[in-house]
Design a protein around this ligand. Structure first.
Ligand code: DGJ
Length: 527
């Protein structure tokens, strides 16, 4: 399955009433999966006494709303901090020590090197897996996130005495061996920093002696911890597991951003230390969506976006993630806040009559769904077609931004599709605005010269791949044989309406205006 999902806000699943209300809404929004926090403080309020009632509520409500669940284990760390640990843990700093800054200040971040911390966290985590094993034969829970956005904040690494002693000890043999064995495929960042020739070297000696070497040490520390947790949990109930990362964006240094998290360039360290983790997920709250997604779609890591800032443009981003990167999941954060319906705007009022013809008209009525709801509805319908084409040339997508208003796709049929922002026609109401909304289009090849488009705000023209911009004698031209708006029902396309005339510019292009999410079936011919 694809995770066509969303993540609940941090405090939105702490009482049954909220879960009930939110899940019903998410069902209407068209999600198939919800990511739900499961906090340690709620399930183990007193040491050794477990209360699984909220988890039972989540299971029951998810089943009633026809949703799958990904649980987020907010255990010893949530966004670097240990705020979700129970009160008895927080108060007992002797048993459960904190990490320290360079000047010896304890921070509210548990020490990842403490056996007591690991044992306590692990016992609660295992209790969750045991509970799922015994109470989830329906497999409502499909995956589990281990901790949340781990990473040392304030400083690049823990400077407690234990941590510093380890930092000045030789890098563990198992990591050295792993990096040697995977030398040909290491991420360029690690390949450059790694000094395999150093025998029994410390972290400074093997990785370069700066804050980035310290970050590598910290990532090993977290990842080995996560490995113990995940291994113990999976021995009880073998659920797929992943970790998520806060980005190292905006020119910040380790410690300014959470240091040592599962960043793309640290993937080799995480893979070496935590093979029990299947996927490194990326949380995207920064500018530059296309660049971030490219960084986390790696040969041994499918793209999974457990969190992204909630916005209408997420609909376009979802199409790009699934279509271009073959993503396994896409989940806007705080999804329960997203509306089902868009604010109503009259299509007629939007027509720009100063333009010279009737082509403003695009009369296909939408249902008034908000962008993400409309897009998710189509993605849910196309899910089997998308899964069947993951990793093949029969699927791609373009994302168009204000700066990049045009893209191309070359198909296996030798057809070049030029996909432009639909505002480039100048016919739509927003075209005169100084900045254009991000739009996207996914293309699925159904057969020879036979394509399904899912998108919004795009206009697509077609040419023979061999032809240049200017027609030359002998060039083959590509025309629209048929263009239909469709939906998919019971694995078959159902025509909603045949599109021609103004809607295809009399056969010149395929178009889905801004504001509509639609699926169009296009058959091409050559002349
Ligand atoms: C990323 C975290 O992983 C989420 O739990 C949440 O705190 C968001 N940041 C911001 O609201």
């Amino acid at each position: 399955m694809l995770i066509i999902g969303g993540e609940l806000g941090n405090s939105s699943a702490s009482v049954p009433e909220d879960v009930h209300r939110h899940f019903a809404h998410l069902h209407h929004l068209g999600l198939n999966t919800v990511l739900v926090p499961l906090s340690w403080e709620l399930i183990e309020p007193n040491e050794g006494t477990f209360d699984m009632s909220m988890l039972d509520t989540v299971l029951a409500e998810a089943r009633a709303a026809d949703l799958k669940v990904v649980l987020l284990w907010f255990g010893a760390w949530k966004n670097s901090m240990s705020c979700y640990a129970p009160e008895w843990f927080k108060r007992d700093t002797k048993r459960f020590p904190r990490a320290h800054t360079r000047d010896g200040k304890p921070v509210e971040e548990a020490s990842a090197l403490s056996r007591n911390v690991l044992d306590a966290d692990c016992r609660a985590f295992c209790h969750v897996l045991q509970h799922l094993r015994d109470n989830d034969s329906e497999q409502t829970v499909v995956m589990l996130q281990v901790e949340n956005e781990m990473g040392m904040i304030e400083v690049p690494r823990d400077y407690s005495a234990d941590a510093t002693a380890l930092y000045h000890s030789p890098v563990p043999e198992s990591l050295m061996r792993y990096l040697q064995q995977h030398r040909k495929t290491l991420h360029p960042y690690i390949a450059e920093r790694f000094h395999p020739e150093v025998q029994h070297g410390t972290w400074d000696e093997v990785f370069g002696g700066d804050i980035y070497a310290e970050e590598i040490f910290q990532s090993w520390t977290y990842a080995t911890y996560v490995q113990e947790l995940a291994t113990a949990g999976r021995a009880i109930y073998d659920l797929p597991m992943f970790v998520n990362v806060a980005l190292d964006s905006r020119g910040r240094q380790p410690g300014q951003y959470p240091s040592g998290g599962p960043l793309a360039q640290l993937i080799d360290i995480w893979r070496a230390a935590a093979p029990a983790i299947d996927v490194l997920g990326v949380d995207i709250y920064d500018q530059g969506y296309a660049d971030w997604t490219a960084k986390y779609h790696l040969p041994d890591n499918p793209l999974f976006i457990p969190e992204i800032r909630l916005a209408d443009c997420d609909a376009a981003y979802a199409l790009y993630a699934f279509g271009h990167h073959g993503a396994m999941g896409f989940c806007p954060f705080s999804i329960e806040d997203y509306p089902l319906y868009a604010e109503y705007t009259s299509a007629a009022a939007a027509v720009d009559l100063s333009r010279n013809d009737q082509l403003n008209a695009f009369t296909a009525p939408g249902e008034g769904l908000s962008p993400l709801a409309a897009c998710y509805r189509l993605l849910r319908q196309a899910e089997p077609l998308i899964i069947a084409r993951q990793g093949t040339d029969d699927m791609d997508a373009v994302l168009l931004t204000d700066a990049q208003r045009e893209g191309t796709i070359e198909t296996p049929d030798g057809i070049r599709m030029t996909i432009r922002h639909s505002y480039s026609l100048g016919w739509e109401a927003g075209a005169a605005a100084s900045s254009w909304p991000e739009v996207a289009c996914m293309v699925l090849r159904l057969g020879r010269d036979d394509y399904l488009f899912i998108g919004s705000g795009v206009v697509v023209t077609f040419a023979d791949s061999k032809a240049g911009d200017v027609w030359q004698k002998g060039d083959v031209r590509i025309g629209l044989a048929k263009c239909e708006e469709v939906v998919i029902e019971e694995d078959a396309l159902r025509v909603v309406r045949t599109l021609n005339g103004d809607q295809t510019h009399q056969g010149r292009h395929m178009r889905i205006p801004v504001g509509q999410y639609a699926m169009q079936h296009v058959r091409l011919y050559r002349y």
